[in-house]
Design a protein around this ligand. Sequence first.
Ligand SMILES: [Zn+2]
Length: 420
Amino acid sequence: MIIKNVKLITEENKVIEAEVKIEGERIAKVGKNIQDSSEEILNGNGKLLLPGGVDNHVHIYKRYLKVPTSDDVRRSTEAAVLGGTTTVIDFAFVDREPNLDERIEQFKDSVTNYSFHIFANKISEELSKIFDRGFKSVKFMMIEYGGLKSNLYDLVKLNEFVEKRGGYIMVHAEDEELIKALSEGKKGEPLLHMLTRPEESELAAVARVNAIVSRGLIAHTSVGRSLDIIDQNRIKAEVVLHHLILDKSVFNRKDSYMFVTSPPVRDPEELWRRIDKIFMIATDHNWFDRDVKEAHKEFPDLVPGLPGVELRVPIIITEFIKRRLPLSRAVKLLSENPAKFNGLDTGIIKEGYRADLILYDLNTKWKISVDTTHMADWTPYEGYEVIGKVDITIVNGEIVVENGEIVSQKRGQLLYNHDL
Ligand SMILES: [Zn+2]
């Protein structure tokens, strides 16, 4: 297939006209006047051709915590491709369920390409074997999670492991001691969730990670000042969609329990002011339908997590346009950086890479509501006005979305770290 009549955004934020030739699952050529009469032609009608989104942080079909998410793998990944995301990175455990093989089995139904971070708070023989298989990011929880406990000694050991084996440590940075002490005996309104997870909790944890980790990623960085602490040469920052769009005023709402996330939403402008210190934008996608959230309205029995995988690309492109920030940088944060950091052969429009692409129509405007999106039976972004729309999504060289509809039954592939 040759995609003609499209605009690409260059590294220098220039818009150029180009053609892209796809052979099988890969990009074969990027250039002008690519001649090949036998090829199928896709006319892009002058729209923007972007690399498919790579979401570094999703929890799809999460069954391992007390409250399961309301999605299944097919529905969440269909929402992803409808919103221009062609690769998702989820999580698996080392020695408890679901382990890597169980997660791979569950993702057979995925419409996007997919890979996994490995939850591990300790080094082990098993973890070493998983690294041999090409999965090289360890998710370290500084708070108790799914039965995992954390201490700094194990973080030091994991760091030595990663220094030897490559890869990196992705850290959930919150301070367990502080949260526990502040939560002691508290019960009631959802606002308590935010009050017991203050900025200091993240800042203290980030400082410790900064002191120990040689190659790391702070997951869902929610505090602006966290970005000032980290040594960017060693540690990168992931920020997630809801922290960039929603603010703490949601806790004034009657239905504030719907908006609970860990860490909580705070002050997006503190993050936007430091956009140059952010390395990637993910979602921490957790699809909970309304009834699930409503069954857990009080602290500490709340259900943290928001749906997002479908809206990350369109909302972030909209924000970059409104804030007059370079779109080339949005593309880096949404696709190129997360792909590169994980050693995945996608996320960039370049010869040899996977043909994971989206055609984005900047001339359409639309409003977010449950009826215009495909995640959960409510949306935290109700009424948000989006600039542009995903017209066509291509995964592994095949068109899977056209005119806002799924048009292929093709399934995505498991991606490995290739140390690109
Ligand atoms: Zn998460």
